[in-house]
Design a binder for this molecule. Structure first.
Ligand code: NDP
Ligand code: MG
Length: 381
């Protein structure tokens, strides 16, 4: 089990829950990072005593440095600082809880420094899956999924013979607007899109859940983690979010992982693997739930899942394009500049209009595709 962790994105939803788990199991914290929330970061530093911290925003970093002058902690800032926090502390595991593709470079830096990874930042694998998996293999480090569905699959796979896996079945809550038709989605508000039925999460992933983009990103994430093709990854709507995902084996046996919807369970499993320790989360009472329901996703009303599947089949940098378009579109939606239904349209147009004819994916080609996609959207809106 891990004894020292660096937490990138420690002030967010996953980051704060990771620190709760670390505290409960006396796991030492060696580095913490945030974008700009220095109030919370300062409290975390005083509680967990990391050796280094990083804030992306330069002004915020300068303020934090002053606030922490009584402590022996190094304060870094910006791109270079976050790479140092990922690679240079004496953590044996880096928990990546950054939101967005901004997490890709720190993930690669941590792997190259020989750190195991607990990955919540799914955009890392969506945009850079081929590079990340190659580095993981060549450096001999381990990558543990934190995303609840992928943690569920990883848990189900324990003890399964290699090659027995036929397919994975990702469950989806359906998000805030499950059951609605396209016409009803035209004028939904930001607040409605940010109200998730089962999970309390950061703003971006909550919007992604309500567009079903989150499930599309997760299909791509699963393809890299478990070596599955698009056809081997099913998605079922399961409103209760009690079954976190399933695997189907060659003999048609299905194995599922269940639990209350609480991210501290998959976070803890990544941190303490292969051990099973007491959890700060609640026990699941199935009699209280009563019934579990399943249905097919509505791909017509929520096009993002299908677009991600298309990007996965196209391969190359197309998943990075879908991701960049979505990040740009969600930002526009949260700023009140586009309608909810524009998100799917923007992501679809970005993928279908992108031209990529190179043979191999490189970090440069991913960065260029990401930039080009964002620039096109920015120029239009
Ligand atoms: P939050 O928005 O709650 O937190 C994001 C964290 O990243 C914060 O610490 C934030 O700092 C920091 N951050 C934001 N932008 C940047 C940037 N450009 N560079 C470096 N750091 C940055 O997100 P969540 O915790 O909800 O999600 C984190 C990741 O985990 C996402 O990839 C999400 O898809 C995934 N995930 C989340 C789940 C959840 O339950 N929340 C479930 C499964 C996966 P600051 O606070 O200063 O803004
Ligand atoms: Mg998930």
């Amino acid at each position: 089990m891990t004894s020292k962790i660096a937490v990138l994105g420690s002030t967010g939803s996953i980051g704060t829950q990771t620190l709760e788990v670390a505290q409960m199991h006396h796991i030492q914290v060696t580095a913490l990072t945030a974008n700009k929330n220095i109030r919370l970061l300062e409290q975390q530093v005083r509680q967990f005593h990391p050796k280094m911290v990083c804030v992306m925003d330069m002004g915020a970093a300068a303020q934090l440095k002053i606030a922490l002058r009584d402590l022996p902690v190094e304060v870094y800032c910006g791109e270079e600082g976050i790479l140092r926090a990922a690679a240079e502390s004496d953590a044996d595991m880096v928990v990546n809880a950054i939101v967005g593709v901004a997490g890709l470079f720190p993930t690669l830096a941590a792997i190259r420094a020989g750190k195991n990874i607990a990955l919540a930042n799914k955009e890392t694998l969506v945009a850079g899956g081929s590079l990340v998996m190659k580095e993981i293999k060549s450096r001999g480090v381990k990558l543990y999924p934190v995303d609840s569905e992928h943690s569920a699959i990883f848990q189900c796979l324990q003890g399964c013979p290699e090659k027995a896996l036929k397919k994975v079945i990702l469950t989806a809550s359906g998000g805030s607007f499950y059951g609605k038709k396209k016409s009803e989605l035209e004028n939904v508000s930001i607040k409605q899109a940010l109200t998730h039925p089962n999970w309390s999460m950061g703003a971006k992933i909550t919007v992604d859940s309500s567009t079903m983009m989150n499930k599309g990103l997760e299909v791509i994430e699963a393809s890299w983690l478990f070596g599955c093709s698009d056809e081997q990854i099913d998605v079922v709507i399961h409103r209760e979010s009690i079954i976190h995902s399933m695997i189907e084996l060659e003999d048609n046996a299905i194995i599922a992982q269940l639990g209350v919807p609480d991210m501290k369970i998959p976070i803890q499993y990544a941190l303490t693997y292969p051990q099973r320790l007491p959890s700060p989360s609640k026990e699941l009472d199935l009699t209280e739930i009563g019934a579990l329901h399943f249905s097919k996703p509505d791909d017509e009303t929520f096009p993002c899942l299908g677009i991600c599947r298309q990007a996965l089949r196209l391969g190359g940098v197309y998943p990075a394009v879908a991701n960049a378009a979505n990040e740009a579109a969600v930002e526009l939606f949260l700023a009140g500049r586009i309608k909810f239904t524009d998100i799917g349209e923007i992501v679809g147009n970005a993928v279908s209009s992108f031209r990529w004819e190179e043979e191999t994916v490189t970090l440069d080609s991913i960065t260029a595709a990401d930039k080009e996609t964002r620039a096109k959207i920015k120029a239009y809106y």
